[in-house]
Every structure is written in structure tokens, then in C-alpha cells.
Ligand binder design. Sequence first.
Ligand code: FE2
Length: 476
Amino acid sequence: MHIAAHEWARPIPTQIASTGPMASLYWRLSGHQPDDAARAEALAFVRRKLDEVADSPTDLPAAPEELGAWMDGNAQRVAAQYAEYLEGRKAGGPRRFFGNRAHALYFLRVVAPTKLVDGSWLYGLVAHWRNSRFSDLVRTYVEELGEGAPDKNHVLLYRKLLASSGLDPVDDLDDAFYEQGLIQLALGWHGEALLPEVIGFNLGYEQLPLHLLITAYELNELGLDPYYFTLHVTVDNTDTGHAKRACQAVLDTLPKLGDSSGFWERVRNGSKLADAGLGTTQVIREFDIAREVVRILSRKSVAGHGAHSDYCKVAGRSVNDWLAEPSRVPGFLEALQQAGWIHLGRPVDESRFWGLLQGEKAEMFGVFSSYELQVIHDWIRGAASADGQPYADLGVPQRASFRAAQRLATLRGRALPTPDVQTPLLDPDLDALEDQLRVLDADAQMQLLVQAMSPVQHWTPAGLKATRLFWERSRA
Ligand SMILES: [Fe+2]
């Protein structure tokens, strides 16, 4: 079988993915400052979602005064469930979420559209920072942005996690994976029209969930950086964290002259959107590694057909022919197994197909991303992949937790230096921001800073700088 690697490696148009209606609106709200049409569509979208959940139950208390007890009850329940989980693991029980390393990477990939707009639902309130009733919410938003520190900005941390796990760019995702992120963006661009719903969403979303604790524990166990998740365990705490401030924000903003019960009802309905779209446990449960292998190969077939010589035949059909239609991929994989190129449930070295993808003489070296290789690797190994082994030796002891590997790297002098926040950065927007700040009056300066703190760019050098300045000045 002869495969010309450079042919397979032809770049695939990024537009192949993310062309569904939700993904497209998501990008119009987060790729650049949205125009009026995008904003109007966002409002209509989120109103439709609010109508959809209007009749579904909520566990929020009937009266806002009971929020403190509700939050404490939730925190205690989660703590007890997590203690039970840890006990089970100590007794030798298997991981609850991630069957293997590919499963965990899949999770990080499909939740990316949500994590990359983390905090965005609160953006609309930042412009109203002078109203002290919103101070808890503005502060929560600024903390999501890491107060402008690049190593604390949640979105930037997730971007780095994707890059270090070989998961960027995130493309070819089902439209459904954009729903939760789209809701967050839509709320963020309509903080004024949807004030009670934003406050309710924040209340529902900022309570510490059990899945966050288990995710962090199991990512670390699999050697993947859990920091983004452990950070949220500490920021969502019920003592001083976002969970408590979310409750306080409701009490602070409830109308004293206006219709407080109507407002509370809208808060309650908004909170239900925190569970809209595909939830964490659902996407973890529905992972099907064979389906993911088919998706990966179908996508490659777009570029790969025509790249193989015609004398290279599997089950009487040329590889070019197999790859001519993405729909033939499941049959092709079946044929590769029949022909002895793939031995499922055996070490990968026994599969000649694996030897084409990975190793010194691999003819398709570089065709698949590290994520894709991990999926194929774990699929071939089957049950044995539960040991969490990376597809290639990454220079750390097998099965070391992320934290243990990090300690070891530090000891060996291999750890990356901590980024120096003071180092001047080259960024066109940074210059533009500084130029504009120089000529504007104080009020207009604050407006500009707020604009630069939007979900579109708060994680860029200019956005981070704007966040630092905003935070300093708004508290002066
Ligand atoms: Fe966050």
C-alpha cells in the first residue's frame, strides 16, 4: 500500500465545519463586534430558548430569601457525592467519566465552544459598572477575565489547554455543541433587555457541580492538565466565590419599587438555561469511540482520496475508491480488519495500519493530529486503553498524573518558564487601544475599555490590558 503523505496532508478547508445555524451565529457574536442583525438574531434565539424551558421544573426555591439555604444544600450534597466517589476510587473502582485518554480529549474538544466564551453572559452589565447593585456581577465577569492576567483569564487558559493537548483548531463539531455557548453570548450582548434572565443564568451556572470535581480528578489521573477545572472548583465556592455572589446579586437587584415577583420569576426561568444544550455528563456518556474514528477518517477522505496508487487494494477495491465517498469509511475499516491490517483488542504494534500512521517509517506521518492518533490508538487497543496510555511516549513516565509529571519536569529542569506579564507584546490592537486612550476623555476611555473587554477580544493582549485598566479605574 503506497500512500503519499503530502497528499493526505493537504489543508482541509476550515469551512468544512461549524456551518450549522448555531455555530454560524456563535461566530458572528464572538469573532468580531456583532452587527445589528446578529444581535437581533441572538435576542430572538435566546427568547425562543426561554420559551422552551418556561414549563420545565427548576430546583430554585420559591422565594429569593431562601437562596442561601438552597446554595448550602447544593454544596453539601455535592461534597457528599464527591466523597463517595473518592472512596470508590480508593477502593479500586474504575474512572466514572473517561474510559481512556481519547475519551477525555474528546470531552475537552466538544465542550470548547462553551469554554471559549466562559463568562460572556455577564458582559452586558460591565457597561453599567457605576450602578453598585451590579458590583457582584461585574466583579464576577472581571474574575472570569482573570483581572487581565494572562495566566488567570479563563478563556485564555482554555485556549492554552486546547493547544497543549493537540486539540486546536476545534472544527468539524456538530452544531449542537454550540448551543450552550451561543446562549451565553446572546445573554452577554443583551444584558439590558434580559437583566433578570442574565442574573438567573449566572445563579444556575455558577453553582459548583459534581461533574467539575470528577472531571478535574480524572483529567489529572490521565496526565492531562486539570487546572482550568480545578480553578473553577475554587472560584465557584460557596464561601466567598462566584456561587455566593450569584445569590447576593439576586438580592441586590430585586426591584424595591417595581414588580419584584415578576422579576424573580424571570430570574428563575433564566436559571434553567444553565442546563440547556448538551450537558457535561451527557457528552461524556454519549462518547462512542468507533463513531469518532469513522468521523476522523471520513473527514480525511475528503483530502485523501486520489492520493493513493491504484494497485493498492483492500478487499478488491482500491484505497482511492474506498475513500471516494466518506460514507464508505465504515466499510473500509471493516475491510482493513478482515484483511488483517487492523487487529482490534490487540497492542497497536500488531496492526500494520497503525504502522502507517505512527513511527519512524510511517508513510502517513503527520496526516493525523495527535488527538486523532490517540482516538485511533485507543480504538485499536480496546479495553486495554483503560490504562490511559498516550499513543506516543511523551517523555514522562507512563500513567503519571499531570501533577506528578509536572513535578518531575520541574526537577529535571524541563518545565516551561512562567510567562512574564511585563514583556512587551506585539499586537496591532494594543497600539490602537493605547493611541485611542490618549485622545479620549475619561468617560469615553471607560467606554473603550468596556468594548475591549467583550467576549470578542478580552483574552487578547489589548483585551487583557483593557481589563487591568478598567478594574483599576472602576474601583478608584
Ligand atoms: Fe470561568
